[in-house]
Write a protein that binds this ligand. Sequence first.
Ligand SMILES: [Cu+2]
Length: 383
Amino acid sequence: MKKELGLITLLSISLFSSADWLDVNMPMGVTDISQDVFGLHMLMFWIMVAIGVVVFGVLFYAMWKYRRSNNKKPAKFEENHKLEMAWTIVPTIILVLMALPASSLLKKMYDHDAEEGGIDIQVIGWQWKWQYKYLDEKVGEKPLSFFSNLTTPADQYETNQAEKGAHYLLEVDEEVVVPINTPIRFLITSNDVIHSWYMSDFAVKQDAIPGFINVAKTTINVPGTYRGNCTELCGERHAYMPIVVRAVTEEEYQDWIQQKRDAAEQLAFLTEKEWTVDELLSQGEEIYNTRCAACHQINGAGIPGFYPALAGSAVVMNDKSAQIEILMEGIRGSQMQSFAEQLNEVEMASVITFTRMSWNNDKNGDGTVVVPKDIVDYKNINL
Ligand SMILES: [Cu+2]
C-alpha cells in the first residue's frame, strides 16, 4: 500500500507541480506525515475522478443513446436484483479499500511515543496568545518558557487605515524556534477555554483543552518560517492568536537557546540597574500596545461594560501597590489574567509606569514611578 501511495503522490506532484495548481490544491507541507496526508488526499481525489468519469459516462451515454428522437422504446423492467446487488457491493468494497490507507496513516499521526533525541515542547493556549515551554531546556531551574503575542498593529485591522503588512495577522513577537530533522512532540493544553493548535504545513491540528494534554508529533524536513492559527472559536480575539514556527538547523537552534539563557542572565543585571523614567516609558508603551491595548485600548479608554478604562482609573492613579498586585495576581473570574509569568520584572515595571504616566494619570494621581525593584520586592514578599 505504501509503495502505491508513494507512486500516486509522485504522479500527483508531477501533475500538480505548476505553482498555479498548487495554489488551489491542499498544501503539501514540510513533514513526512503532511506529505503522506497530501498523498492520501490525491489518492482519494483520483478515485473520485474515476468514479465520476464512470458514473457520468454511463449517464450521458444513456441520455444520448436512448433519447426520444432516436425512437427508442423505454424498457419495462421494474427490478433487477443483480444490478442492485452490484451497486451495493461495489461501493462497499471501494469504501473499505479507501479506509485501509486512511486508517494506517491516522495510526501514524496518533503515534505519541517519545523518541531518542527528540524534544518536548508544551504548548498552552491563553485568551488570546500561546505560551511555549521547552521542557528539555532549562534556564536557571525552570524550563525555557515564553509567550507569543500578535504584533500586527491594530490600525491594520481595526480601522483599516494602515496598509496590511505581508504577514497580516500571522506575525508574533516570539517565534517558536525548533531544529529540523528532529522529532518534536507538542504537548498541547490550555489555561482557560478550548483553543486549537493548527499548523497545516505539519499536518498538525490538536485541540488545546484545559486539564488535558493532547500530543502532536512532527519532524520538520525543510528549514523555514511556518504560520498557523488557533482553530477553535475561543472568544472575541480568536482571530488574533497566530502561531509562528521557525525551523532552523541544529546549530542555529543551539545558538538561539544560548541567546535565551544569556537574556535571562542579563535580566538579573537589568533589574538592579537604575532606570530613568524615559527608559521605562518607551519600553512600557511597546509592551502596553502588544499586551494590554487589545482590551484596554491604545488610548487607555477601555470598552465600557467590558474592559475598564485605565485612563482616570483610581487603581492606576493612586498607591502603586494596588496596581502591582492586580498585574501580578490577575483578577479572579475576569479576563484580567495574571501577568506574573508573562512579563519579567523590567517589563512589568515599565508597563505599569507607562499606564501611571499616560493619559493625564500622572497629573491627577500621585504620579509615582514603578521600578523593577518594586516587582522584585513584591515577589520576595508574596511568592
Ligand atoms: Cu484560541
